[in-house]
Ligand binder design. Structure first.
Ligand SMILES: NC(=O)c1ccc[n+]([C@@H]2O[C@H](COP(=O)([O-])OP(=O)(O)OC[C@H]3O[C@@H](n4cnc5c(N)ncnc54)[C@H](OP(=O)(O)O)[C@@H]3O)[C@@H](O)[C@H]2O)c1
Length: 302
């Protein structure tokens, strides 16, 4: 019999998350998939009557907190079956470090880090046991050529309350600063995964998921014309090599992580479909605690 469970997911409207959502529906047809998305996701809702959408702009703390409250209301009212997984997959990469949200936060940090934190804090202890939180990170956090093919600079760490402000990286109007903000935000998420693993209730596991380099999605949609062309038309050839992952494989692995089909303990880093070590820089108790304290303060009002 199909398992009745709720999975809440961000970033399911396109790219890796869209494929993962389809896969989750196909693999576990009893799943009530609640998609937090800023636009309609009609093709998913047509595919299954068990998919619902809560309109959410993850770049707004109010919108994100309202969406979490709506999920809680539906769980409390019994409209949704027990929640088994939260998949924080949405992510952005800008071509500058100057984009600011309605809350006055640097936009990469807002969507890639703070929105996830609001969702984890609101919904983490609503997850049934065994429950799971999967956060999409990136191997750009390693910062070496093997992991970024020279396209995204490595992270440049500053305390999280500085990262939340625009213009922290040199030449903030440049693409490289936007991409540095991206890899650094993913390092921050890995720090938080380690901290969440220590703080979440027993029975709830949290893990970072790295899809590898996945050309063919819309992540670089803000990039210049040449980069967009390369991402859409040239780089996909790399998926025939170990250097890149196809969107369909990346979506399949994300669905497997969300459904608990990958054996990983809390705090783990899942590299495509197996547990691996993240960078040595990403294991740092002091930064993990400081990042927690900063994101708690930044999101306290919500
Ligand atoms: N592609 C890669 O090479 C790669 C590598 C490593 C990690 N990743 C990570 O994988 C995840 C998925 O990326 P992707 O490659 O599939 O990119 P994508 O095609 O651009 O998908 C990004 C998803 O995030 C959503 N999103 C972005 N900003 C949002 C906001 N303010 N409110 C609500 N939703 C928002 C998008 O929704 P809309 O449809 O509304 O824009 C979309 O569903 C990201 O976390 C990314 O950092 C990607």
């Amino acid at each position: 019999m199909a398992m009745e469970q709720t999975i809440v997911m961000t970033g399911a409207s396109r790219g890796i998350g869209r494929i993962a959502a389809e896969r989750i529906i196909a693999k576990e047809p009893g799943t009530r998939l609640v998609v937090l998305a800023r636009g309609p996701v009609d093709d998913l809702t047509t595919m299954s009557g068990k998919v619902s959408v809560i309109c959410t702009d993850l770049a707004s703390m109010r919108s994100t907190a309202d969406a979490a409250a709506e999920v809680m209301r539906r769980l409390d009212a019994g409209v949704l079956p027990p929640m088994k997984a939260l998949v924080c997959n949405a992510g952005v990469q800008y071509t500058n470090n100057l984009t600011e949200t309605v809350d006055g936060i640097e936009a990469t940090f807002a969507v890639n880090v703070l929105a996830n934190h609001i969702l984890v804090r609101a919904l983490g202890d609503r997850l049934g046991s065994p429950g799971r939180i999967v956060m999409t990170v990136s191997d750009t956090h390693f910062g070496d050529f093997r992991h970024n093919l020279g396209m995204v600079p490595g992270p440049r760490w500053f305390p999280a309350d500085a990262l939340a402000r625009i213009g922290v990286f040199p030449a903030p109007e440049r693409t490289m600063a936007g991409r540095t903000a991206y890899s650094t935000s993913k390092l921050a998420v890995i720090y938080l995964v380690h901290e969440y693993a220590r703080r979440l209730p027993p029975g709830v596991a949290v893990m970072g998921y790295n899809p590898g380099f996945v050309p063919g999605t819309d992540l670089a949609r803000d990039a210049d014309m040449f980069s967009r062309f390369a991402m859409r038309r040239i780089m996909p050839f790399l998926t025939a090599t170990p250097l890149a992952t196809s969107p369909s494989a990346a979506g399949r692995y994300l669905a497997a992580a969300a459904l608990g089909a990958i054996d990983a303990s809390s705090g783990a880093y899942i590299d495509r479909n197996q547990v691996a070590q993240s960078s040595s820089e990403s294991y740092n108790l002091e930064r993990e605690r400081d990042t927690w304290n900063s994101v708690e303060a930044l999101t306290a009002a919500w």
